[in-house]
Design a protein around this ligand. Sequence first.
Ligand code: ASP
Length: 319
Amino acid sequence: MSISPFAIAIHGGAGTILRENLTPELDKQIRAALEQSVRAGYDILNKGGDALDASVAAVKVLEDCPHFNAGKGSVMTHTEMVEMDASVMHGKEMEAGAVAAVKHIKNPIELARDVMNKSEHVFLIGDGAEEFAFDNGFDYTEQDYFFTDRRYEQLQSMKESGTFGLSESKFPDDKKFGTVGAVALDKFGNLAAATSTGGLTNKKYGRVGDSPIIGAGTFAENNNVAISTTGMGECFIRKMVAADVAARMRYLKEDVYTASEMVIQGELKLMGGEGGLIAIDHQGNIHNAMNSLGMYRASINVHGQLDVAIFADEVLKAS
Ligand code: ASP
């Protein structure tokens, strides 16, 4: 009897991640968190669980870890708040759920999943999304929970330089996007994707990036591919990155490696769309593509082999 393949990949953000800027201690902590996340998702798949449950479980681990820009570790807005975005997609019926600019939800990825499962809508934002959350049993989480000195200092430094986006040289280890995501294939052939973020430091005016936008930051389609992205959201929205990879595979019959690389290294890069993506196809082939110097990532492939990597030039054993 043949065993149905199952596998999972996760990311914790892409960007200018340099060896000289990462202390051995931080490197170790980040790799440990990535491994914990991918194992949380894999355990669910191994027990016969659904690809979306596995993806959400993996993302939740990273949302709870202050090293990543999602949930607990979210970056701060211009007004010294946290505003988080998240989305999920299940490839079977191509159902999706998303939230943007939520401020009092500990795990926005669970809210995105509930928007998919418990509402008639795909995308809820701001106060309305929170009202839906509390109606459906979510706890109110004070902004204090998300506050960290590091994110506050990053914000002040960015305000001084009048920029938004990536933290600059004062915080070299943070010259990256820290959005988190997961993609999975379960034993029943379902593909799913999940993405969660705090967005960009010093963002204003209710700015929302690609992460909660289905087709830009997240996409899943059974018998094809599941994708989660990280990078400069404005460019990823304009290029509809996740949907474009899926379309290339669907229409051009490109494999997951070729389609992902064509999109990430192509016009996206030319327009300044620094970042990357993780993708898994319907056979469980995993590819991590990036045009940045690094991307926090981990995977467990169809043979059960674990890979954890940070820098672009790290060769994965398994994928
Ligand atoms: N894509 C996210 C955004 O633009 C940022 C990130 O990947 O960290 O909001």
